[in-house]
Structure formats: C-alpha cells, structure tokens
Design a binder for this molecule. Structure first.
Ligand code: AOF
Ligand code: ZN
Length: 366
C-alpha cells in the first residue's frame, strides 16, 4: 500500500472519534512493519489517550524499525496525557509520516523536531488537504479561541425556507433531513433565534446517537422564551444557554431554576454576536451550528462570523414575496461584498442537493 493509502486509513480511524473529542482534534494512527499493518488507534474521547499512544500501547511485539502514519503532528507536551513523542521514541519507530502540522502553540513543529533529534525520519504533508479539512474546527478554534461557526438551512429552488403562511414541514426529503441531523453530532453547539423557538417549539437534540447532544444556544434578546417550551422543559438534561440583552429579574430567576445558563451581552436591544461567540469560546465551545432563522443567519453574516455553509436545496417552487428566505436582515448592498464560498462540495441526497463550502477555504495550520 502507498503512503497515501495508509494515511487514508488513519483518516478513516480518526473520524470514528467524531462528536467525542471536542475541543481536541480527531486523530488517527496506523503503524506498519515489513509491509503489514501491525497496530492502529485513534483519539476516542476528550481527555483520553491520543491516537498514537492508543496504537502503540495495544501492541506487545517489537516495533523497532516500524513506520508510523498519523493525521496530526505528534504532541510533545504533558497535557491530559503524556507526550506522544515519548512513546514513539521509546518504541523505536524509524519513520513518522504526518498529515498536517499542529498549530497548537505547545506543539507547532516542536513535536516533529524532537522526533528528528532522536534520529527518526519525518515526512509531512501526506494527504495534507484532507487532514486539514478533517480538523477545520480544531484549527480555527486553537488559533482564534472563537467557535467555528456554520450556518445550515434548507430551501426551495426559489430560495424560500417556508411558504408565505409559514409552513415549512418539510422543505427537503428524508435523506437530506437525516444528513442535516448528522451535523448536530459533528458540532459542539446548536444555535437558533427566539422566533424559531416560538414557531417550531424544537428540541434541538441529536437523535441519531446517544450522548452527543450539542449544547443548545438560544439568542433571545428580550428573554421571551416560554417556560413551557420543550427547550426549557429539557434544560435539566441537555446543557442550554440563553443569550440575551434585557429581561425581567423574575424571568431570569425562573430560567436559572429550570437549569438554563443565562449569558447577557452588553449591547442594548439585541444580542451582540461577536461578544457572545467570544464568551462561548471561553467556555470551551469550539463550534456552533446555526440552524436559523433567517434573522440570526443575517446577523452572523453581517458580523463576519460565518466559517462554513450547508445549504440543502429541494427541487420545488413555492413563490410568494412574503415567503421567508434563509438569510434575512439588510444584507450587502453590492455584489462585490458577497460572501464567497471555497472548496464547495455538492451532494445528491434523494431528490435534493446539499451544497457546502468554506468561507475562507484556507486553513494552513500555521
Ligand atoms: C488529541 N488527540 O490524538 C492528538 C492530539 O488535552 P490533551 O492533553 O489531550 O492535549 C491535546 C492536544 O494534543 C491537542 O490540542 C493537540 O495539539 C495535541 N494532539 N490531541 O486530543 C490526539 N494527537
Ligand atoms: Zn499526543
């Protein structure tokens, strides 16, 4: 098998950690000796062993002279677990193939340098683009301390997210809806505006896998969220943050008692989104999936906070000037201000399409 083939396997292993490693990266590792894969591992959960250590401790035999493939540069610091460079050196590995370098200031090239100093041959950049994309959240968060923000919506071919009367069930078919639901496993938090809560009374949990519910964040400038809404009723079980700017002390008290964390931003009348994102980053939230409505998406866009877009398109036409569109607000006035997406991907899901892309598309890991 080629170097790329082994790295591809390491990438597949890394993805098994999806939804459980945050705010740490997903990492996979494959060890090859005499042309055979002898052991492998991945980072299974935050705080537990890293991919390299998981692969290496699982094998009793002699690893002298073996090759190690890892999607991210091995760490060299004592964190929740001991440095991976220690065990790689100890086991007598001869060559280490790295997918992408680690921008974490505690590592940032030092991991590779230590291995080299111990006579281990290093090759970097194997399937680098794929490795960078796998951990786009980690790379963004570790360098900015602000969550990687994604907007997701489903619209008809004429760009509407609901009919003029407000009916939105359903825009897309089952396959597209299942795909969209997966994103709740992938990202650490889900965010909606208060209008969505008032209209749909959603639960906003992850129904495809137990134990990976995203933190729920409601942007509710005047604390209008009903005490009998499903969000408030389940706040004791699923972490929930209500971001607001003004509210009655009595309502604040009731919400806190229901298990909700209140986060007040400083601007009057509306939630200050850049400030909110910074606060969420301080709480260790590395990524936010904004699921509407159009007003929230419009404000995120205007604040320059959008890092990725998932747009599901149903081949249907409903028309209606009053029918809502996925991004409301004032928008930009000139075409050359438009937010362009890079690295776009198009998926066909049943009769629908999913178009996704990165807003800046360049994540060098530096
Ligand atoms: C992981 N898993 O497989 C690798 C990581 O919080 P700690 O002590 O577990 O350290 C996390 C840092 O270790 C992380 O930010 C990244 O720089 C490095 N590598 N992390 O969680 C892994 N290889
Ligand atoms: Zn490590």
């Amino acid at each position: 098998m080629t170097k790329q083939g082994y790295m591809q396997l390491a990438l597949e292993l890394a993805k098994k950690g999806m939804g459980r490693t945050s705010p740490n990266p997903m990492v996979g590792c494959v060890v090859v000796k005499d042309g055979e894969i002898v052991t492998q591992g991945y980072h299974e959960q935050y705080g537990k062993y890293h991919a390299e250590r998981n692969a290496l401790i699982n094998y009793d035999g002699d690893l002298k002279g073996a090759d190690l493939y890892v999607t991210l540069e091995p760490c060299c610091h004592q964190g929740n677990t001991p440095p991976c460079t220690d065990i790689i050196i100890e086991k007598g590995i001869s060559r280490v193939f790295i997918g992408s370098l680690d921008p974490n200031p505690k590592v940032a090239g030092k991991g590779a340098a230590i291995l080299k100093e111990h006579g281990i041959a290093i090759e970097t950049g194997i399937l680098e683009e794929e490795c960078l994309e796998l951990n786009e959240v980690f790379f963004h968060y570790i360098t900015t301390k602000s969550p990687f923000t994604v907007i997701k919506y489903a619209m008809t071919l004429d760009g509407k997210i609901a009919t003029a009367s407000g009916d939105s069930k359903w825009v897309t078919g089952e396959e597209a809806r299942r795909h969209a639901h997966m994103l709740r496993k992938k990202y650490s938090a889900i965010m909606v505006g208060i209008t969505t809560v008032l209209q749909d009374n959603p639960l906003l949990n992850c129904r495809i896998e137990k134990g990976v519910d995203p933190v729920r964040i409601i942007c509710d400038s005047h604390l209008r969220i009903p005490m009998n809404s499903r969000i408030v009723q389940t706040a004791g079980d699923i972490p929930t943050i209500v971001a607001y700017s003004e509210g009655k002390p009595e309502k604040e008290k009731q919400l806190k008692e229901a298990g909700i964390e209140l986060l007040r931003t400083s601007e009057p009348d509306r939630v200050d989104l850049p400030e909110l994102m910074k606060e969420l980053g301080n709480r260790g939230i590395d990524s936010v999936l904004a699921e509407g409505g159009g007003t929230l998406h419009g404000s995120l866009l205007k604040s320059g906070l959008v890092n990725r877009v998932y747009c599901y398109v149903a081949p249907k036409l409903i028309g209606g000037r009053e029918a809502k569109s996925p991004i409301e607000g004032r928008g930009f006035s000139r075409m050359d201000e438009a937010l362009g997406l890079n690295k776009t991907e198009i998926l066909k899901l049943g009769n629908d399409l999913c178009i996704s892309g990165r807003v800046d598309g360049r994540y060098t890991g530096q």
